[in-house]
Design a protein around this ligand. Sequence first.
Ligand code: NAD
Length: 477
Amino acid sequence: MTKITIAKGDGIGPEIMDAVLKIVKASGVNLQFEEVEIGEKAYLSGNSSGISPQAWDTIRKNKIFFKAPITTPQGGGYKSLNVTTRKALNLFANVRPCRSFHPYVRTKHPELDIVVVRENEEDLYAGIEHQQTPEVVQCLKLISRPGCEKIIRYAFEYAKKHGRKKVTCLTKDNIMKQTDGLFHKVFDEIAPDYPEIVSDHMIIDIGTARLADTPELFDVIVVPNLYGDIISDVVAQITGSVGLAGSANIGLECAMFEAIHGSAPDIAGQGIANPSGLLQAAVMMLNYLGENAAATKIHNAWLKTIEEGIHTADIHKEGTSKQLVGTRAFAEAVISHLGQTPTSLAPVQERASGPIVLPKYERKNYSKKELLGVDIFVDWPGGESDHLAEKLQAIETKGVRLSMITNRGIKVWPNGFEETFCTDHWRCRFETKNGSISKQQIIELLKNADEMSIDTIKTENLYAFDGTPAFSLGQGQ
Ligand code: NAD
């Protein structure tokens, strides 16, 4: 018998998990559940990651994890367990189907039927943050070629397998030319392998605006991690409630299924939460396990319940809904409809979703990599860029010259504007006339800076790969 690890989580977690497990068990599917405790209790008992080593062992042994939302305590050095779990188990694809149930759930977008495929391991969610000066903190945005290839190919394979017609990529590569630029580039490389699927790219800001206005333009969407987090909440909410959507976190070995929403502390303990998001996640899990008959039975019973107007408070509307119910009564209504199909909404016939097999990543031949210069970041509260430039010119060494200073990315030397506001965090670019620099020269620059009491806080090497400079210019350069 397949054994699933479950966690009841925090806030509304235990209420919605109990309701969903009751429905799953009533469907007759033969699964065994092994519970672990994660989240707030684990955080507060001293595990800053929100999970004990024993719970990890159980999750890794069973490979399938069904999880209710958890609360990540604010501040205090607590890391998000959701992010840790996705990354530690290599759950690279976060698949979030959202659709409207017009006219039974009120929505401005009756045609909405979208699957958001969110990259799950990279981007700003690397969680690498530092305070570097009294005034400035930074967060590293990491995007890798293997990460892009995996998620973008997954999105196309998903579209192919589920009969979807179009994949749209959303990035902000007009601004982040290296990071989002790589995601877009890999999308353009992979799309031609799927000629039967329409592909397009939009800048994330106008893409999100269109999504909120005319979601019927979209089918499958593939996005880097942070954008995916935001737009999947937007899409779920405009179907009627964020409480309606489930999500599958898919890896090569393990999978985790959860609702897309959080632990909703504002309504916890009141018995009014909508268990539908977690139930959709359960349906995705059953399909993943090949339990399509149970998945179909539950999904159709749920559609029938929605169609009959038996609604929780988040989707209940006078005129559309017939009966306002709490979490438990909603689950009982679904159970009473097991074996029935909806009459007006289209009944579903679930198919095995199983794992999508991706080609093994092949590292490309190593590009020619040249070191062209260095950005030395300096903590300096002085405010006057000409004065800083004078100090930095005094540390120049053997043909290495100060070529530019920026503050928060905008060029302030040479020829900056008086109007530009400057913080205490300066990027100081050093380059040579012949266009290459050695590591030894960088070390000398840093040594000279130290001797002159210039507070260097970090360096970034400036590289060219196969002759193409691979770093950003200063804004205004
Ligand atoms: P949230 O999704 O918990 O709640 C947002 C709003 O939606 C609230 O008004 C809430 O009442 C409502 N809502 C959410 N789910 C609902 C449901 N099933 N039925 C009815 N209404 C529902 O987002 P938040 O308030 O920003 O986050 C609360 C906590 O959840 C935070 O600690 C956050 O870190 C955590 N969180 C966890 C996960 C997860 O475990 N996967 C995801 C997101 C947020």
